[in-house]
Design a protein around this ligand. Structure first.
Ligand code: SF4
Length: 224
């Protein structure tokens, strides 16, 4: 029987990206394959509970209505084996599937993409994450992901380079998706000044009009 560790399940408001303000049921998976410097997500295994597919369906269906299920983490695609069984059944109940992913696990995405409705993928910048990820990794991921409704979040700080701006835009142009710029926060404060945020936004929007600046709203609303 396939099982996976889930840190928490909670109904809240989407606080990031173009679906901001939408009610979603968040399912937070444990484990991540990256170690971003700004990560403030608690997805610790020791605080999690293990679910079978049936147990998770029962938990979700307590709400007794179709919902948008936000698969978040950690990195939900690390649970692809579980998702392959869970997602088709969740869709039978009318739930919509919204996948939040760090865009590095293409083979795992291929295993589940047919059940996913919306992909919120990150483009991870070394200047913000401290992680060196080859551009081929993102290229392969977005090639597959672009068959679905797709947008990319770019968390940036004052150290973003012109090369990073150009490579993010090249990817977005190639696969025709919107870029959502998200200024880095530490707790409830931006790590950049307003002037720095404006300057970086202008660099993007001048080269790529399909860019929006959307901070993490849940921090201002003080919701999870
Ligand atoms: S990919 Fe997301 S969950 Fe994983 S370390 Fe980075 S910010 Fe944290």
């Amino acid at each position: 029987m396939t099982k996976t560790h889930i840190r928490e399940i909670f109904l809240s408001i989407q606080g990031e990206g173009p679906y901001i303000g939408e009610e979603q049921l968040f399912i937070r998976f444990c484990k991540c394959n990256l170690h971003c410097a700004y990560c403030d997500t608690d997805f610790e295994l020791s605080k999690s509970k293990e679910y079978t597919v049936q147990e998770l369906l029962t938990e979700i269906n307590k709400y007794d209505r179709p919902l948008t299920l936000s698969l978040t983490g950690g990195e939900p695609l690390l649970s692809a084996e579980f998702l392959k069984e869970f997602l088709p059944q969740a869709k039978q109940y009318g739930h919509k599937i919204y996948l939040e992913t760090n865009a590095t696990l293409t083979e795992k995405l291929e295993e589940v993409i047919q059940f996913v409705d919306i992909i919120s993928a990150d483009i991870k910048l070394k200047s913000a994450t401290g992680e060196e990820i080859s551009s081929d990794v993102f290229d392969n991921f977005f090639e597959i992901a672009s068959s679905k409704e797709l947008f990319a979040k770019v968390v940036f700080n004052k150290n973003i380079t012109d090369e990073e701006i150009q490579s993010s835009i090249a990817l977005a142009k190639k696969y025709n998706f919107e870029l959502i710029l998200q200024p880095e926060m530490s707790g409830n404060n931006f790590t950049l000044t307003t002037a720095q945020i404006e300057e970086i936004f202008k660099k993007f929007i001048t080269l790529y009009p399909q860019t929006r600046l959307i901070p993490q709203m849940h921090k201002f609303l003080n919701v999870r």
